[in-house]
Design a protein around this ligand. Structure first.
Ligand SMILES: [Zn+2]
Length: 307
């Protein structure tokens, strides 16, 4: 199903609320405060969309306990923003959202960050390893942007210090990217590989001192030597991960021109989410947006850290 922006859920608040309720509670409303299945819809204009729980007597709406809580922006605009972010391969800037949705730039910026929070992986997902028997996982690192106030000159410091990003991509599968804040070394590489990849996987990297030691614990480790202008030997290549980095870099340069170091992981999560739920894997634009809405639940506390 494509993302159809003429759908009433993007223009009409009542339609948006009904859509979100059906999406969140397909088997009947449950209270997000106590888990009871006895809530009743409240009547009256001032209490539109409000439920009263028969068990804990708490009041709540479809926004309660989600990243949309405590926001004055109508839900139909939240839905529109979610669909736009879900279907824009290189992302969509807060400036663009501000103009398209008729909200302030500041609101658009916070909205986009909350939606990114909904796209962040759950703890349970990162506990579930990538790859497996007969599966290939490409591992690579890239360096992007400039670290604030760390402009160093001299032979050993060509230009600015950049941020390190390590990513793992399973062929015909998903990607996980990590903003590495400490200096990149074998220990860091080991931690990332061990935590995220099934030991029965084949690992492919470029020739680097970082990976041979940790990768020796996996079923097979192959390398491509880029300095020899070698890019592929059969299925031994890192083209998939390079494609992922290329989309991310084009997005960061073209769409998100100003990204502070503290937000880099959030942008990585956004791009990882779209790639891991891409059309080629059978996930439509609309289904991707629905998955974001599912992820919006239970992430309210994490969001508060954004400030
Ligand atoms: Zn309750």
């Amino acid at each position: 199903m494509p993302c159809d922006l003429t759908n009433p859920i993007f223009k009409n608040e009542a339609a948006a609320v009904t859509h979100m309720e059906a999406d969140r509670w397909p088997n009947g409303v449950t209270c997000p405060l106590c888990g009871s299945d006895t809530p009743k819809k409240m009547g009256g204009q001032t209490q539109a969309g409000m439920f009263l729980c028969g068990a804990c007597r708490g009041k709540f709406t479809v926004r309660t306990g989600t990243v949309f809580e405590r926001s004055h922006i109508p839900l139909h605009k939240w839905l529109m923003a979610t669909h736009l972010i879900a279907s824009s391969k290189k992302g969509i800037s807060a400036h663009q959202l501000h103009r398209m949705l008729g909200i302030t730039y500041k609101s658009a910026w916070f909205m986009a960050h909350r939606i990114r929070e909904a796209m962040a992986p759950d703890e349970s997902v990162s506990a579930d390893p990538m790859g497996g028997e007969g599966k290939i996982v490409e591992v690579d690192e890239t360096y992007i942007g400039n670290k604030k106030g760390r402009k160093l000159r001299g032979k050993n410091h060509p230009g600015n210090i950049k941020h390190t990003v390590v990513a793992l991509v399973e062929r015909e599968g998903g990607v996980r990217s990590f903003h590495v804040k400490e200096p990149m070394n074998k220990k860091v590489a080991r931690k990332i590989l061990f935590r995220n990849i099934d030991k029965r996987s084949d690992i492919v990297t470029h020739e680097s001192q970082l990976y041979p030691a940790p990768a020796a614990n996996f079923i097979r480790h192959s390398t491509v030597n880029h300095s020899n202008k070698e890019y592929a030997r059969g299925d031994i290549h890192t083209n998939t991960i390079e494609g992922v980095f290329s989309i991310f870099k084009r997005g960061m340069i073209g769409t998100y021109q100003h990204c502070g170091e503290q937000h880099l992981q959030r942008y990585l999560n956004e791009f990882d989410f779209r790639y891991s739920n891409r059309t080629k894997l059978g996930v439509s634009d609309a289904a991707r947006a629905t998955k974001i809405l599912k992820g919006a639940e239970g992430k309210r506390l994490t969001y508060r850290q954004v400030g």
